[in-house]
Design a protein around this ligand. Sequence first.
Ligand SMILES: NC(=O)c1ccc[n+]([C@@H]2O[C@H](COP(=O)([O-])OP(=O)(O)OC[C@H]3O[C@@H](n4cnc5c(N)ncnc54)[C@H](OP(=O)(O)O)[C@@H]3O)[C@@H](O)[C@H]2O)c1
Length: 264
Amino acid sequence: MSTATPPLPIAVLGATGRMGERLCALIGSAPDVILSGALVRSGSPAAGLAIGATLATDRIDTALGGARVAIDFTPAGATLANVRACVERGVALVIGSTGLGAAEDAAIADAARHIAVLSAANTSLGVHVLAELVRRAAELLPADFDIEILDIHHRAKRDAPSGTAYLLGEAAAAGRGVLHDAVATVERTSHPAVRERGSIGYASLRAGDVVGEHSVVFAGSGERVTLSHAATDRGVFAQGALKAARFLAGRPPGLYSMADVIRG
Ligand SMILES: NC(=O)c1ccc[n+]([C@@H]2O[C@H](COP(=O)([O-])OP(=O)(O)OC[C@H]3O[C@@H](n4cnc5c(N)ncnc54)[C@H](OP(=O)(O)O)[C@@H]3O)[C@@H](O)[C@H]2O)c1
């Protein structure tokens, strides 16, 4: 009699996107997981086509059938419906989508009462180490060091600043002991554009095929500290999201983070 553990069935939401494709391929190559569902946009010509071990569908209930965990890499506008469907079906959920608003945040907090859920604007290991370093630097450096965050992404990215830039800004604010939303400066086109003391500034470049680069600059008078991370391959995000899915499988309802996944 075989005692082998059956592979973990995972649904990928946004399966034909840049991230979705990487994730489906990764799941297809890992022996301990299986692609049980693949959601595409309503009316997508990909619906009905084979993706790995499953058929793409534009129906969320079909995509979630048989899944224990779903991984969402759809654009932010689709996330609310995906969260609700996962709660209805009791499927744990990893959300990689960025640009989420207050409605999504509230739905995620509510979902965490019913299912295991993790929302991460960046699922790479390196960025979470960077966030920890940023928090520490903000704690150690005097408050008169200006903090500026730069993100560079490919030309098709829909949100700016990036979710990761905000994650780093939150880490800097936490290290400095201030409320992020009270000090964040996202645009400087209005005049006067002089820097406000204690603010955390954001700037975004969108160009070419850049996968994702982030720098946090701490600039004092006469010296500057820059901490940065560059993703050169989307595979790191896919691997992190898959690791998060394995981590969530079988966990009790609650809101988990990539820090939980990294700590194991
Ligand atoms: N957490 C991380 O580490 C990380 C890393 C990279 C990206 N991201 C985020 O992940 C999201 C996706 O990024 P991406 O670069 O893969 O974008 P993308 O290439 O535009 O992929 C999004 C996919 O979702 C599909 N889609 C749109 N509406 C849908 C719906 N209602 N249901 C199902 N599928 C739907 C799109 O289909 P069509 O093309 O047919 O419209 C497209 O295939 C973005 O928010 C991005 O910022 C996060």
